[in-house]
Design a protein around this ligand. Structure first.
Ligand code: CUA
Length: 147
């Protein structure tokens, strides 16, 4: 029985390993490599975080996460705005989660995470950190106003 147990465990490890390495599935999927975290604030576009208009109602939001906040802290977009998020961290791993939307990203130092969302409903949207990042984790938040 022990042999069957160990055999099954090895089989599962093999499957997980195969999925992870051969199929390229890992937590950094969808992210691009960037520079060392300590150079983030000196590297475009993250040296100048903020909202950039790229179409009639389409924007790129370049955001830098840090302990314990987001730069920029607040942005305002018109209702119906399509926002392309482009985020990174200048220190540790953070989260970028907007309740009530599908925006849910892990923000890793050394990587750029991207997601796009269209804000159809006006309102105040909180940006919350959902990766524990230190003593001020629970205070880390930003706001997106949709008007
Ligand atoms: Cu940043 Cu938790």
């Amino acid at each position: 029985w022990l042999g069957i147990g160990i055999g099954t465990l090895l089989l599962f490890l093999l499957i997980t390993g195969y999925m992870g390495f051969s199929m390229g599935l890992h937590p950094t999927d969808g992210m691009e490599r960037t520079v060392e975290p300590e150079k983030v604030t000196r590297t475009p576009p993250f040296d100048n975080p903020g909202l950039e208009r790229i179409g009639p109602n389409e924007y790129v939001l370049t955001s830098v996460s840090f302990v314990f906040g987001y730069d920029p802290k607040e942005v305002t977009v018109p209702a119906g705005a399509k926002v392309h998020f482009r985020v990174t961290s200048r220190d540790v791993i953070h989260g970028f989660y907007i309740p009530g939307t599908t925006v849910n990203m892990m923000v890793e130092p050394g990587h750029i995470t991207k997601q796009t969302y269209t804000f159809d409903k006006p309102g105040k949207y909180l940006v919350l950190c959902h990766e524990y990042c230190g003593s001020g984790h629970h205070l880390m938040q930003g706001t997106i106003y949709v008007k």
